[in-house]
Design a protein. Structure first.
Ligand code: SF4
Length: 326
């Protein structure tokens, strides 16, 4: 096995890392965290930007090509845009991506475009203001719409709209979401509701990818064989035969992509997780802070080797999405 690349025990090459830059969020989505919120980490418990840069350089040396910055809501952390600028200058060949709830984009879109951000995922589960308020508990959808407009004005491309479909909540909005995405040059991706938290997930609310496909309006949707890049993860892309409209479906519950999973996750406090559903974590913060590149490299290689074959091999049920980077 090559020692200069992150390869796990099943031969999967791990070249995509999602890094949470903060556990904080300015929303309180019902499927993400309990109403009272979760206890926030203190500033000294999370990785500093220079730590993240050191870690990413180590990952890049081991073959990682794509870095997605997540949260919580990454844009609530001060200094993210300057960090991304420096990151791009230091590693221009790396693909950078951001997942955001969109509420602060109006303020930061220009800076993100200047920082060379490669792609942007905006999470938005409904287009209706009241429903948006109820699922986020405190969010203002007007700010998200303004953020989307700002992102387009800034010249950001490759913007995806991520919508978790929940029966009885937003399953009647698929047609409208498609139109909204088209009007705003966004690629809509409809996502199966994942059973990460027993107290918010219910079988009745779950809509399978197969059913999502049957809900798509406007005739035949043809699966694209090479619709996404390898680093794109589990999305499958479809094109409407008549209109050429595209849509992504992420059916990570019914159609596990474990066999081709190429991702690793790092929490805001520097815990490396090799599987979304695993509670096993390799703590990296102290190693990173010591700037011991050899030990860090060894820790990354060892953790990669231990990546579980599939989510069915690990325990599920008690994780909050906000703490593990969505
Ligand atoms: S789903 Fe996203 S926007 Fe909602 S609370 Fe979690 S991190 Fe924040």
């Amino acid at each position: 096995m090559a020692l200069n690349e992150l390869v796990d025990g099943f031969g999967r090459r791990l070249n995509y890392v999602r890094i949470s830059v903060t556990d904080r969020c300015n929303f309180r989505c019902t499927y993400c965290m309990p109403e009272e919120g979760v206890k926030c980490l203190s500033h000294r418990d999370i990785l500093r930007y220079e730590d993240i840069a050191f870690l990413c350089a180590a990952f890049a040396e081991l073959g990682v090509r794509k870095f997605r910055f997540t949260g919580g809501e990454p844009l609530v952390r001060k200094g993210l845009v300057p960090f991304l600028k420096d990151f791009h200058a230091a590693m221009p060949q790396a693909k950078t991506a951001l997942t955001t709830n969109g509420s602060l984009l109006e303020e930061y879109a220009d800076g993100l475009a200047e920082a060379g951000l490669g792609s942007l995922n905006i999470s938005l589960d409904t287009l209706e203001p009241e429903k948006f308020r109820s699922i986020t508990r405190i969010g203002d959808i007007g700010r998200v719409f303004a953020g989307i407009r700002a992102a387009r004005r800034a010249g950001l491309t490759n913007i995806k709209l991520n919508t978790v479909l929940i029966r009885g909540f937003n399953d009647g909005e698929v047609g409208r979401l498609l139109e909204f995405a088209e009007e705003n040059s966004l690629l809509l991706r409809l996502i199966e509701f994942m059973p990460l938290e027993d107290d918010v997930w219910s079988k009745d609310a779950f809509i399978s990818g197969e059913e999502i496909l049957s809900m798509l309006p406007g005739g035949r949707w043809i699966k694209e064989e090479n619709g996404g890049s390898k680093e794109d993860g589990p999305a499958q892309y479809f094109m409407n035969e008549a209109t050429g409209r595209r849509i992504g479906v992420i059916d990570a519950v019914t159609n596990h992509f474990c066999r081709s999973c190429n991702r690793l996750r790092v929490s805001a406090e520097g815990g490396l997780r090799t599987c979304l559903f695993s509670e096993n974590e390799t703590p990296l913060k102290a190693i990173i802070e010591s700037r011991d590149a050899a030990t860090l490299r060894e820790a990354l290689l060892n953790a990669a080797r231990e990546k579980p074959r599939c989510w069915s091999d690990v325990k599920t049920g008690t994780l909050h999405m906000s703490g593990i980077g969505g």
